[in-house]
Design a protein around this ligand. Structure first.
Ligand SMILES: Nc1nc2c(ncn2[C@@H]2O[C@H](COP(=O)(O)OP(=O)(O)OP(=O)(O)O)[C@@H](O)[C@H]2O)c(=O)[nH]1
Ligand SMILES: [Mg+2]
Length: 198
């Protein structure tokens, strides 16, 4: 799959603004500031495609990017970010829940977690929800450049062990900065997006 022409289509604040539920989508969800938008840019090799920021809470709407006709990547707002008014946080949580529950063209979820703080309570909740919905999840342990390689390997093993042998969950180390794991992640996204569509 060629990601080089991936482009932004729209930001949706409300479900009525979502693109039609056709084709195939892969969504990126996860805690605020873990590097979801940076991962999208690294995987598509398109700098600045998804907006990133040092300040948590950058992605506030559901952003749709088209890789090719009927094949899309979706950037979701981060969860677990305390520093916004209650009603805003609730709105984001509701958007994410509705999207994941209702989106029939969703083929898989990429769940980035900061390698230094993986498996927060909300991550575990998200994984349990995906398991019950039979949605495949690929965990990226992000910012791998921040850990020494031995520590990074131990973290991957540790997270793997904590999750046990759940079918439908895969996991890898990832860094948008030093490029760790980018081609593996790209391969998986391409595989999900290439699945047959109606
Ligand atoms: N060192 C390092 N920093 C990274 C990496 N990926 C992202 N960052 C930094 O982490 C911060 C957050 O990155 P984003 O991609 O905006 O994170 P996000 O998960 O989309 O954040 P929200 O949209 O706010 O939920 C930015 O300062 C990035 O530069 C990485 O692989 N290594
Ligand atoms: Mg973001």
């Amino acid at each position: 799959m060629d990601f080089s022409k991936t482009h932004f289509i729209k930001s949706a604040h409300l479900p009525s603004q979502w693109l039609p539920d056709r084709g195939a989508e892969v969504a990126f969800a996860g805690r605020s500031n873990v590097g979801k938008s940076s991962a999208i840019n690294a995987i598509t090799n398109r700098k600045g495609l998804a907006k990133t920021s040092k300040t948590p809470g950058r992605t506030q709407q559901i952003n749709f990017f088209e890789v090719e006709a009927m094949r899309r990547i979706v950037d979701l707002p981060g969860y677990g970010f305390a520093n916004v008014p209650d009603h805003v946080r609730k709105h984001w949580a509701q958007s994410i829940e509705e999207y994941l529950a209702e989106r029939r063209c969703l083929r898989g979820l990429v769940l980035p977690m900061d390698s230094r703080r993986p498996l927060t309570d909300l991550d575990v909740q998200m994984l349990e929800w995906c398991e019950s919905a039979e949605l495949d999840v690929h965990i990226l342990l992000t910012k791998a450049d921040k850990l020494k390689s031995g520590k990074m390997k131990a973290t991957v093993n540790d997270v793997q062990r904590q999750l046990g042998d759940v079918p439908g969950i895969t996991i890898q180390a990832f860094s948008a900065v030093n490029k760790t794991g980018i081609s593996a992640a790209r391969g998986l996204v391409a595989k999900w997006l290439s699945e047959t569509i109606d």
